[in-house]
Design a protein around this ligand. Structure first.
Ligand SMILES: NC(=O)c1ccc[n+]([C@@H]2O[C@H](COP(=O)([O-])OP(=O)(O)OC[C@H]3O[C@@H](n4cnc5c(N)ncnc54)[C@H](OP(=O)(O)O)[C@@H]3O)[C@@H](O)[C@H]2O)c1
Length: 316
């Protein structure tokens, strides 16, 4: 059970499950050096779906301790927000829509909640997709998994489609069980947009592969299931039929990453572009750090490249 003692210097918290194992523990001090900030990162570990009172205690402590400036929340972003919603003076629009908070920060005397994934997953997608790619192609997108990060990316694309044609022609979302698919469909139904979606129940890897085999050449396939890191295996069977000239994105950057290995085996034959979750990790953290320390951190360009390089060096 976490022990809360008043911070002796400016402190950001990482509310997760096994926080000491994350690369951020090595990266954060180097980034702070780079930004010229004397601050520390402290992990707060909870088991998934802990008691509401535990989450409330953590958020109340951050709210009331002057040198505790905020937090990044991963696995517990729904449970923690549900347990402590009334403690926030400000709630960002995505946090309101998704009823989750991955970013906790302070603005003067106010405590703020933000859901950053719909922004950070979009930044990570744009980082590797050629600009204007979808405008000129018939490419579709297959999102394997209908969890939080899959929903977040779909919201990014919904927003983008309101002002740009550079979005997939069609988005297929699969899940091994029905509940998350239904929830996703309900949220999408509230939001008018020109994007076309379909939702397919795929209890087995073979089912996911059958959907993938129908994609036009050049389509994007994303593993948003967590399989290969949070659980063993891959959402695809051996010899899965990746689309020719396709883009393959694994949301994670550490773990067995079997899905990524499957793509690598087909890389040459299918002429695939393969991307892992490292950039997503960088965007996830820099966007919350920007909120917590009131920094203007760029998302592209030379200064951003330096930030990425520091992270890489710190984890070597
Ligand atoms: N690099 C980064 O910084 C970054 C950022 C965000 C997320 N991620 C990673 O992305 C992964 C997903 O995150 P999340 O928050 O979206 O997790 P989540 O909410 O647990 O969602 C995972 C979803 O995948 C579904 N699923 C599992 N196996 C499947 C299969 N074989 N076929 C189809 N669907 C399947 C699950 O179905 P059920 O509903 O049946 O359980 C669940 O709906 C995690 O591993 C996370 O660490 C990485």
């Amino acid at each position: 059970m976490p022990v809360y003692t008043p911070a002796e210097k400016p402190t950001m918290y990482f509310i997760g499950v096994t926080t000491t194992k994350s690369s951020i523990m090595k990266v954060f001090p180097r980034w702070m050096e780079h930004f010229g900030i004397d601050a520390q990162l402290k992990g707060i570990d909870f088991l998934p779906h802990s008691e509401s009172s535990e989450y409330r205690k953590a958020v109340s402590f951050i709210k009331n301790d002057p040198l505790s400036l905020g937090a990044l929340v991963t696995t517990h972003k729904l449970d923690c927000f549900r347990a402590s919603k009334d403690l926030f003076e400000g709630i960002g629009p995505y946090a309101q829509l998704l009823q989750e908070a991955s970013s906790i920060s302070k603005r003067g005397t106010e405590l703020w909640a933000h859901a950053k994934d719909p922004i950070t997953s979009g930044l990570a997608l744009e980082y590797f997709m050629p600009e204007g790619y979808f405008t000129q192609s018939k490419a579709q997108m297959l999102l394997l998994g209908a969890g939080g990060s899959s929903l977040a990316l779909s919201l990014y694309l919904i927003n983008k489609s309101r002002e740009s044609l550079d979005v997939p022609k069609h988005i297929i979302i699969t899940n091994r069980s029905e509940q998350r698919l239904k929830e996703m469909q309900e949220i999408h139904a509230q939001l008018e947009c020109p994007l076309s979606f379909s939702y397919e129940l795929c209890p087995t890897p073979k089912d996911n592969d059958n959907v993938m085999a129908r994609l036009p050449a050049g389509s994007v396939v994303i593993n948003a299931t967590g399989l290969g890191k949070d659980g063993p295996g891959s959402p695809l069977p051996p010899n899965a039929r990746f689309p020719r000239d396709g883009f393959v994105w694994e949301f994670n950057y550490r773990g067995e990453l079997e899905f990524l290995q499957q793509a690598k085996a087909a890389e040459q034959e299918k002429h695939l572009t393969i991307v892992d979750g490292w950039q997503y990790f960088i965007y996830g953290w820099t966007q919350v750090i920007a909120e917590v320390f009131h920094l203007d951190i760029p998302t592209t360009g030379p200064e951003f490249d330096v930030i990425c390089d520091i992270a890489l060096q710190a984890t070597r």
